[in-house]
Ligand binder design. Structure first.
Ligand SMILES: C[S@@+](CC[C@H](N)C(=O)[O-])C[C@H]1O[C@@H](n2cnc3c(N)ncnc32)[C@H](O)[C@@H]1O
Length: 175
């Protein structure tokens, strides 16, 4: 999701995965016929049936509402998810707002005003939400991902890869 240049999608295909790559912009999709390239807003994309969802470099371009509804969709699909994102810290290296609370989560806002001309930016939202790290864990747990493993590669010290395992699915009682 948010495949952009498609580098991660191609590496997954190299590793033998059957890959669908989604991005609202297709300008940077490479010519690689092993992959199904889909130009679509991730907020509208149907995640049903995927064994693994990779959301790399996209999360910090979404609003808190989008983040919550995507997590709900991901949890319903029931597969693990990898989210690679910045989180808001006390001393942000990017220009962010002062701390805010949105939908009960503390974080900072990133200004996406140039989104129409930047290929790596948000799609159709002028502000995005960067949760504080502990708040991100809470958001994950409260939306069906109680078990999370985090890794911060030394080459991308300001980004963390969160491997999120879904919790047990709620049984429908029919009531
Ligand atoms: C920072 S780039 C990340 C590209 C690549 N995944 C990486 O990690 O290097 C963010 C990508 O997300 C895409 N994007 C942002 N908001 C989106 C949305 N709502 N739906 C689909 N794609 C979106 C942008 O078009 C852009 O290609």
């Amino acid at each position: 999701m948010g495949a952009g240049h498609g580098g991660y999608a191609r590496r997954a295909a190299d590793a033998g995965w059957t890959v669908t790559a989604v991005d609202a912009r297709d300008d940077r999709f490479p010519d690689d016929s092993r992959i199904t390239w889909i130009k679509q807003d991730v907020r509208e994309f149907d995640l049903t049936g995927f064994d693994l969802v990779l959301c790399l470099g996209l999360w910090y371009h979404l609003t808190v509402d989008d983040q919550m509804s995507l997590l709900t969709k991901m949890a319903r699909n029931g597969s693990p998810v990898v989210i690679d994102t910045h989180v808001a810290t006390d001393n942000p290296t990017f220009k962010l707002s002062d701390p805010v609370v949105q939908n009960g989560y503390t974080g900072r806002l990133y200004n996406e005003k140039g989104w129409k001309t930047r290929l790596t930016a948000s799609w159709n939202n002028t502000e995005s939400f960067w949760p504080a790290e502990d708040e991100f864990y809470r958001m994950l747990a409260e939306h069906g991902f109680p078990v999370v493993f985090a890794a911060t590669p030394w080459v991308t010290r300001d980004r963390t890869f969160f491997l999120c395992a879904p919790g047990p699915q709620q049984e429908s009682t029919g009531e």
